[in-house]
Design a binder for this molecule. Structure first.
Ligand code: ZN
Length: 183
């Protein structure tokens, strides 16, 4: 199982390197993508993960398909991430290689945030409510994806990881809220 590194690990503070486009199809990069998906799936509350979080200083992040499912279902009301993660049929995880945020809304909101590498702190971070990212997928195809709400928040949180920034650098009202079995 790939290990999710925690906040004092230097790799989380590095500026991650771009993936050479010709390397996207290589076994090395495909293995990293697989390890990231496994690590993300291992966490009930995992929304997304960046490569540095498994110790790899490359510009890659992955958004859980369960989040996309949750966003879709929340339009019909009352969807939860953990429920979405336990469903058999969820959309595939979305891979972002060399992501660049191309648009951020001027409108911002204080959003509740946590991180798989900053257990178990939670706080509020000011984020743009809409964001657009361009990136390459796991096949090396360039794409653009816009998002609002949690998806926009994820885009900003994950690109921060690639620049060595953790949400606690920006958060206010930070609280330590370990789950009952980790107290
Ligand atoms: Zn994080």
């Amino acid at each position: 199982m790939p290990e999710i590194v925690q906040q004092n690990e230097p790799v989380l503070r590095e500026i991650a390197q771009e993936v050479p486009l010709k390397d996207i199809g290589s076994p090395k990069i495909q293995k990293i993508l697989k390890d990231m998906k496994v690590a993300l799936a291992s966490q009930d509350d995992g929304v997304a993960i960046a490569a540095p979080q498994i110790g790899v200083p490359l510009r890659i992040f992955i958004v859980s398909g369960a989040v996309l499912d949750m966003i879709k279902n929340s339009e019909e009301g009352g969807a939860e991430l953990i429920k979405a993660k336990k469903k058999k049929e969820v959309p595939p995880d979305l891979v972002f290689i060399n992501p660049v945020i191309t648009k951020l809304s001027k409108a911002t909101e204080m959003m509740e945030e946590g991180c798989l590498s900053v257990r178990y702190l939670y706080g509020k971070v000011k984020r743009s409510i809409k964001a657009t990212v361009t990136a390459y997928d796991e096949n090396g195809k360039k794409f653009e994806r816009g998002g609002s709400g949690i998806l926009a928040q994820v885009f900003q949180h994950e690109t921060d990881h690639l620049d060595g920034t953790l949400f606690i650098d920006k958060a206010i009202d930070v609280e330590d809220l370990p789950p009952p079995d980790k107290k």
